[in-house]
Design a protein around this ligand. Structure first.
Ligand code: ZN
Length: 341
């Protein structure tokens, strides 16, 4: 196998990861409900538009955040530590035993941060710019804006707007918005690269592949620590999931991995949206499967199936294997995986 990256302390099991924390934590009750005024009127000149954004937003090459929003977060005065934020008891409620061990290790050994990690909006936006270019390069989609222009016209405003929410972090394709969970952000546990990946690689027919890719990117390019696992432990964790005693942990989970969104078993789908345990398993296994495909066959092939309209046919065209064969191959790999190889 290819040598795993040893990079910046990285990774995070996604928005899903935070979702479960958010639900149980006492959150700051200030979801950002402001809408973005976007000048779509053809009569409005670019000069007016530029002036508007200069006044209202901190901006960078690829992104912006409203000044009033940023100033309200007040990152400099933040006193929350990651441990406080995670609130171990809440966090572990409903998390499977085999993941708990890793989480405790993670919290104990790795997470030791205070504050957001940014003194200014400029620092944050500079990092965003770095992620946008690094992610686009990694997945070989430097022309990622074209997808939006095809859908929305040449004048589509392809600047990413950041705001904050008390709910789980998410990305919204149609207006290129990313909403980051505020407490995760304030404790330097944000899943910024994960959400940026969704915007740079939007509209996949497979939730499993799109979450798998976003988690992998967070792992490999993100600076923030993961909550569930680190790169080194992804396959061992998947293995524990696959082992006999865990197989029935979430019924239908294996059938949900790597398939088009509409073919995810309904109990798994509703679990992803509501139940912490199912959500963790789905994100973790999707990342494991996607990581296997990318490391074994390369990112180009993966991105081809990622965008396939007929995913099953594309698997056979690209990998010359059907979904069952590919999944079995991945499972065999995971079962034989040795942590130090
Ligand atoms: Zn996601």
């Amino acid at each position: 196998m290819k040598k795993r990256y040893i990079m910046i302390i990285a990774s995070v099991l996604v928005m899903g990861g935070f979702a479960l924390i958010m639900t149980n934590s006492q959150l700051e009750n200030n979801p950002n409900t402001s809408t973005i005024s976007r000048s779509t009127k053809e009569t409005q000149s670019n000069i007016d538009k530029d002036n508007y954004f200069i006044k209202e937003y901190y901006t960078s090459k690829y992104a912006r955040v409203k000044k009033t929003t940023w100033d309200r977060i007040n990152v400099k005065d933040n006193e929350h530590s990651a441990e406080e934020f995670l609130n171990v008891e809440d966090y572990l409620d409903g998390v499977p035993e085999y993941i708990k061990k890793d989480v405790i290790k993670t919290i104990g050994d790795r997470i030791n941060v205070k504050g957001s990690g940014y003194d200014t909006a400029e620092e944050f936006l500079d990092e965003v710019d770095y992620y946008v270019e690094a992610i686009a390069k990694y997945i070989k989609r430097e022309n990622w804006k074209d997808i939006y222009k095809e859908r929305h016209g040449e004048n589509f405003d392809s600047v990413i707007t950041f705001s904050f929410t008390s709910k789980r972090s998410y990305a919204f394709y149609n207006t290129l918005e990313i909403h980051l969970n505020i407490r995760a952000f304030k404790t330097n546990l944000s899943v910024t690269p994960h959400e940026i990946t969704h915007l740079i690689a939007p509209y996949s027919s497979s939730l499993s592949l799109s979450e798998g890719l976003a988690c992998l990117i967070q792992d490999r390019l993100g600076k923030q620590p993961t909550l569930f696992h680190y790169r080194e432990s992804l396959f061992p964790l998947s293995k524990q999931f696959l082992e006999e005693e865990n197989k029935d942990f979430v019924e239908g989970m294996i059938e949900a991995i790597g398939v088009p969104t509409e073919d995810i078993p309904s109990n798994v789908m509703s679990g992803i949206n509501g139940d912490k345990t199912t959500r963790i398993a789905f994100y973790l296994m999707s990342q494991s499967y996607s990581t296997y495909l990318i490391d074994e066959y390369g990112i180009e092939k993966f991105m081809e199936v990622y965008y396939a309209e007929d995913l099953y046919a594309k698997y056979e065209e690209i990998y010359e294997k059907d979904i069952e064969e590919l999944r079995q191959q991945w499972i065999d790999y995971v079962m034989e995986y040795k942590a130090d190889n």
